[in-house]
Design a protein around this ligand. Sequence first.
Ligand SMILES: O=C(O)[C@H](O)[C@@H](O)[C@H](O)[C@H](O)COP(=O)(O)O
Length: 596
Amino acid sequence: MNIDLTDTTSGRINAALVRARRAMGSPAVGMVLTLVIVTDEGSHYDALKAASDASKEHPSRILVVVRRPGRSPRDRATARLDAEVRVGGETGTGETVLLRLHGELANHAHSVVLPLLLPDAPVVLWWPADPPEYPSKDPLGALAQRRITDAAETEDPVAALRGRAAAYAPGDTDLAWTRVTLWRSVLAAALDQKQTRVTRAVVEGEEYNPSSELLALWLADRLGVPVERVLSGGPGITAVRLATDEGDICLDRGDGSLATLSVPGQPDRSVALHRRSTAELIAEELRRLDPDETYARAVRFGLDRLVRGQVAEVEAAEAAQAEAARAPGGEQAPAQVVVHPDSERMARATAARLITVIADAQTARGRAHVALTGGRNGNALLAALAQAPGRDAVDWSRVDLWWGDERFLPDGDPDRNHTQAREALLDALALDPSRVHPMPASDGPHGDDVDAAAEAYAAELAAAADGGSGDGGPGGGPGGAVPAFDVLLLGLGPDTHVASLFPGHPAAKETGRTVVGVRQAPKPPPTRISLTLPAIRAAREVWLLAAGEDKAGAAAGALAAGDPARTPAAGARGRERTLWILDEKAAALLSESARG
Ligand SMILES: O=C(O)[C@H](O)[C@@H](O)[C@H](O)[C@H](O)COP(=O)(O)O
């Protein structure tokens, strides 16, 4: 039975429900909960359909709240409640009330809903999209034992998960979490059955997929091992791999709905992991109304603690481009990792190591080319070098100093890497000024034309390659256009950037030039000059410096090797040596084998 009420009240709606139930001859006693859906005019039909299907398993009173505050001041001044009451029929044994709150009333939904709640029955609130920032503090949310959101229905699902974590209160849940129930139960069963130690996990799923993130967070929290989040073409989650002492447990759905579960020592078996409808997800959520502690732990585990991996299926073009960017003719040396107890000892030890390499280069070739980096770790190394007892083993007048990148600011600006390097070390050394090659400043001869400034630096490098070191040929970058740096230093960004090559930024994919201008860099200041990966790879040795837990995910992700366009640090390799210099905190997520 359907009853339409215009300009009505909650009391009249309740009376209409009683009349309709009497007419249907079915008491309200069979209903077990009130499901309140807060949505908009355009989406209420789909949400109501899903809820009605879900409530077949849980006879419910469904209240759909559509706020219509109105556009004009006159509209907004009015306060009117319209309702469509439906009992029986397609709602099954439940009943639904579609509530349209016009004008000022749209700001008082809870006062309309409260009198309509089933007495002495739990309340579930569902925002199909656009939930409040703090669901439990929302006036309607405060009425509910269960508050359902959906991170997949947001502009930035990963940011939405961060918001869910910050706002979490017992009773909160999210359909992105509900979507991983089947994956979790299959993996938990496989782990319970195969009592073996898991050393690492990988979750593969399409980019910006919140369920992939939550599955990875759940595994990281449950297993206490590094969990790598790797991007794939999807749809949704495509595979989970658990590395164990006996081989990988792998649950792979690919792009279908039938997954294959592989457990070492057992025959593969197929598992149904179909992508469930919203109605199925809501039905699952209505089954249990106690706070979901497992969700609480997973969503609050910390997205930054996941290891960020690469695209599982790197496009052929990108892979070919990465291959083309390798140093001409030179194989890239395998990465070595050295881990120091803390950042102070890391800086001191690396200063001693650098002195040795520079002195050896001068013995072998009469001079040394060193490329410096900016950032905390780069400057800490220079400060340690200034204090190093062996500092004078180097003839600093025969050292050519270059930069891997520079902030494009006026000369002498405190934020320039050159300024910071002078303060940390250079002003204390007997350097030959003609051998100190800072990158151009924004108040130099090229003004604020960062591209012209980059080209000028590329020319300076090429001149040093041809006339200077005598070995800028085969060891140089594209066409021998840079000196063969004896050591090129790089700091590591938490997003795996090196120099000013940021993930997904065109500069990280550059293969034709040695130096580029960088605009809109995610790390301030936004305009920079940077060597490109081919120029970096011209170095004999590339040393990557990272200290602190905020670098753990980046270090593990980059060392897992992958597409340099998305993980620039993975493309920073030396011709003779690639050395990762970490402190324990930055090494925390490395696998035992990666620690060297
Ligand atoms: O100009 C810069 O900012 C650096 O060259 C940059 O690449 C830096 O090395 C990394 O962002 C790591 O910086 P921290 O060592 O400070 O973390």
